[in-house]
Write a protein that binds this ligand. Sequence first.
Ligand code: HDE
Length: 704
Amino acid sequence: MAEHNQVNENTKNQDLATYREDAGESLTTNQGVKVSDTDNSLKVGSRGPSLRDDFHFQEKLTHFDRERIPERVVHARGSGAHGYFQPYESLAEFTKAKFLQDPSVKTPVFTRFSTVVGFRGSADTVRDVRGFSVKFYTEDGNYDLVGNNIPVFFIQDAIKFPDLVHAIKPEPHNEMPQAAAAHDNFWDFISLTPESTHMVMWVLSDRAIPRSYRMMQGFGIHTFRWVNAQGKSRFIKYHWKPLLGVHSLVWDEAQNTAGKDPDFHRRDLWEAIEKGNYPEYELGVQIIEEEDEFKFDFDILDATKMIPEELVPVRPIGKMVLNRNPDNFFAETEQVAFQPSNVVSGIDFSDDPLLQGRLMSYHDTQLHRLGSPNFTQIPINKPLCPFHNNQRDGRMQTEIHTSRVNYYPNSLGGGYPATTPGSEGGYVHYPERVEGHKVRERSPSFKEHFQQATLFWNSLSVPEKEHLVAAAHFELGKVEDQGVRERMVERLNHVDHELAKRVAVGIGIPAPTAPATENHGQSSSALSQENTTKIAKGRKVAILAADGVDNSQMMAIKQALKDAGAEAEIVAKFKGKIKSADGQEIEVDKTFLTSASPLFDAVYVPGGAESVKALKMNGDALHFIHEAFKHCKAIAATGEGVDLFTALEIPGVKLADAKSSLKNDQGVVTSRNTADAKAVAAEFIKAIAQHRHWKRAQKEQVPA
Ligand code: HDE
C-alpha cells in the first residue's frame, strides 16, 4: 500500500493531463475482465511451474510479442506534429483544389520530418537528407505532399531506387555503418551514377545537417500539375520556407550531439510546440505555363534538376503552423501513411519517371507495413471528410457497414454511393495527350548531369564551400577502395576544378591537372544559407553559473533573451539550486553532465566573483565555452565573467577591457561594465541572430 501511494505521489508532481486517459479506471484484459494481479503469473505453488489457465498472462505476452510493425524501409526515423495550413489568397486562377480557394479556411495537417538512412532508433543529427511530409486533411479528401529538404534527388528513374537505397544503407555483410553514407558501397554507387552528382553536392553541404526541423526548407522536388475549374493545367514546383530561416549545425557538433542527445531534433520540435513556439513554414510555388515546358536547358521532368528562382520566382501561397504534438507516437507518427498518389481535385501528376514510380511504391509499402488495406481507417490516416465506397472486409476492418448493398451499380441501395462528375467535384485525371513506342530508355533531355551541381557550388559562400570540402574529406576518407575515391575526384572535376583539387588533397588522391568541364560561372542566391532569415527567435542559450553569481546581470540578460523569443537555461555543476551573491536561490536547469555546449546555440557567463572562480576551476565549464567558440556560436560575458574568457586565452579575439565598456569581436560579446546589461543583451542577440560566426579566426587552435 505504501508503495502504491508513493507512485501516486510521484505522478502528482507531473503534468496530470498526460496521465488522464485511465484515471479512475480498473485494469482489465482486452475482453474487459477486471484483473486482480498483473505482477505474478499463475503457478502451482509460489515456486512451481506456470499454468496454461493464465489467460491474462497469455494475452499480455502475446500482445507484447506483436508490438512492432516493420519500420519504414527508408525514412524509418521521424517525428511528427499536427497543425494547420492556411492560404494567403484564393488560388482559383490556378487550381480548383478546395483547400486553396479561401484564405479564411484552415486545413488541418499532420507533418512528419525524418532522416532517410538510419533505423528507427538512430540518431537525429546524422549527415542525411531529411524527409518533409505533409498530410492535408482537406474537405475534398486527403492530400499528401511527400517531399525532402533538398530540391533534387539522386536518381531520375524510380527503377533505380532499390539500388540507391541498398548502396546507402548499412553494408549487408556486417550491417555497418548505421545512418551514414560514409562507406564504400554508397560512394561506389555514386561514382558510377553521374546523374547523382547534383544531389550529392547538397548532401555534402550544410543542408544535410540541419540545426532543427524548425529551420529546414522543404521541397516537393518533382514537377506536379495544377488544374483550374476551366480545365487549364500548369506545372508546379513546391517550396516550404521556415520562418526562422534555414540553418545548420557544424559537423563536429552534429557528431557530438548524436551521442549527447540522439533525439535532438525530435526534442527540439516537441519542446518548441509544448512551449507554444509553434514552427511555421511558408508554402510557395513556382508556376510554369504548359507552353513553357521546353523552354529550359534541362527537362522539368528530371528530378535531378531544380528550377532556379531567378528563372521562375517562388510565389508565396500560404502558411503552415505546427501547433500540437501527437498524443501517441506509435498511433500517429509511426502509423501515418503518406502516399504521393493521394491527391485531390485540382492537383495532378507530371510524367516525371521518379514520381511515377512513387505513385505505386508508397501504397505498396503501407500494405506491407500496416498489414491490411484497411490502414486508411487508422485515425491518423482517416480523411476528415465523409468517405463511402463498396470496398469491404479485409484484416482489421473496423467499420460496421450496415447496408445490404456492396456493389455498383445497384438499384437496391438507390444507386448509392454514387459517382460525382468532374464538374461537381469528382476527381478527373488531366486528359494529357500521350503517344509513343514502349521503350526502356532515358530521354536524351535527361543526359546532362553537371551544370546545376556547378551552379550549387558557385552559389555557396566561402565558409559553406569549406564545410562541403571538409564533408567530402570525411565521407570519402572513410572509403577504403582507392578506385572509388579516384572516380569521385574525377566526377567532382566535372563540377569545378578547384573543388576537385581541394577534395583530392584530403583523401590521398592525386589532384586533377585540368578541369574536365569549364565552370559556367553562374550562381543563384537562393541556394546559399548565408542569404536566409536571421533572427534570434527560437534559439537556446546556456547560462553558466555557480554560487555567488551576479543575479541582476543574469536576470537582465535572461529577460532580454526571452523578449527576443530565445530561451535561456542555467547550467551548473549540480542540479538543485545555486545561491546568488545577493542571497537569492536560483533553480538550476541542467548540469554539465546532463547537457553540453552542442545542445545550445549560444553561451553566456554572468559576473559574480565567486561564481566565476568556481567556473574557472571546472574543466567542463571551460570545455563548454571552448566548444561553443569552436562551433562558431555567439558567446557573451559580463562583469567578472569576462575574466573567465581572458583565462581561456581564446586566440584572435579582443575582449572588453576596463576602459572600453562593450566589445563584440566575431560574435564574442563582452562588457565589464555591470550597468551595461541592456546594451550587452542587444549586441548578444544580434550575434545569436547571425546564427554562426563562420569566419571566426584561429578557431582550429582552440582545444575542444
Ligand atoms: Fe520515398 N519512400 N521513395 N522519396 N519517401 C518512402 O514510403 C520511394 C523519394 C520520402 O514520413 C517509403 O511510407 C521510391 C523522393 C519521404 O512516412 C517508400 C522512390 C522523395 C518518405 C518510398 C522514392 C521521397 C518516404 C518508405 C523513388 C522526395 C517518408 C515508407 C521513386 C520527394 C514518409 C513509406 C513518411 C518514404 C519509396 C524517392 C520522400 C518505400 C520508390 C524523390 C519524405 O514507399
